[in-house]
Write a protein that binds this ligand. Structure first.
Ligand code: 5RP
Length: 233
């Protein structure tokens, strides 16, 4: 099976958790896209759910599939969010934001009673940090914020290069929230809680891609089948 087949398999298993009447958070990325597509098929056959998207891209996909969409202002409490991840460790800690959507993804996950991660099993790691940690920052004061982020990283016992994320055409990438991204190439994050706390305290940092204590379960698809972690019904 190709990695994309595995992503679809994980998405299909997570779809089994969806019940009529649920309020759902819809993630962003290639794996979440499969989930939204499969959800759209169920909706076309009469499933009644209300959804909140974590990005403009997911909003457009779900709307095109006639999925009933809402906002966190109208629907501030969600039953379940299904989203992908860039890394997941054995304690359900995540790095997210490879798709530049982690700000809204974290807000939506925090508003959800449950967050299920769907991924191919290559995302499972014993140690977070090989994937560059996305740090969303306000454009104003970028150089000063960068210095403060570098200090926070060193304070957390890590080190590595910060790279301003660009689009394929070379322009600086601007997130759905109008911010920039600094990708921290750390290699390993030994103290994720400490790093998260220190980054949260930097003025100019809007949000980072460490999701700690948010995921309640995971569906990981691999060559040997589906692996469930945490609470998945
Ligand atoms: C977007 C994300 C995605 O969930 C993450 O990048 C995984 O994407 P994919 O399913 O395409 O591997 O965090 O901000």
């Amino acid at each position: 099976m190709s990695p994309d087949d595995l992503k679809k398999l994980a998405a299909a298993r997570a779809l089994e958790m969806v019940r009529p009447g649920m309020r759902l958070g819809l993630g962003t990325g290639s794996t979440a896209k499969h989930f939204v597509a499969l959800l759209g098929q169920r909706v076309a056959h009469g499933l009644d759910v209300v959804c909140v998207a974590t990005s403009e891209a997911t909003q457009a996909q779900a709307t095109a599939l006639n999925i009933t969409m809402s906002t966190l202002d109208e629907t501030p409490e969600l039953d379940l969010t299904v989203d992908g991840a860039d890394e997941i460790d054995h304690d359900l800690r995540l790095i997210k934001g490879g798709g530049a959507a982690h700000l809204r993804e974290k807000i939506v996950a925090a508003a959800s009673a449950r967050m299920i991660v769907i991924a191919d099993d290559s995302k499972l790691v014993s140690q977070l940090g090989q994937f560059p940690l996305p740090i969303e920052v306000v454009p104003f004061g970028l150089a000063a914020t960068r210095r403060a982020v570098e200090a926070a990283i060193i304070d957390a016992g890590a080190s590595g290069e910060l790279v301003l994320r660009r689009r394929p055409d070379g322009a600086v990438l601007v997130t759905d929230g109008g911010h920039y991204l600094l990708d921290a190439h750390l290699g390993r994050i030994d103290l994720p809680d400490r790093l998260a706390t220190l980054l949260n305290a930097v003025p100019g940092v809007v949000e980072h891609g460490l999701f700690l204590g948010l995921a309640t379960g995971a569906v990981l698809a691999g060559a040997d089948g589906i692996r469930l972690m945490g609470e998945v019904d």
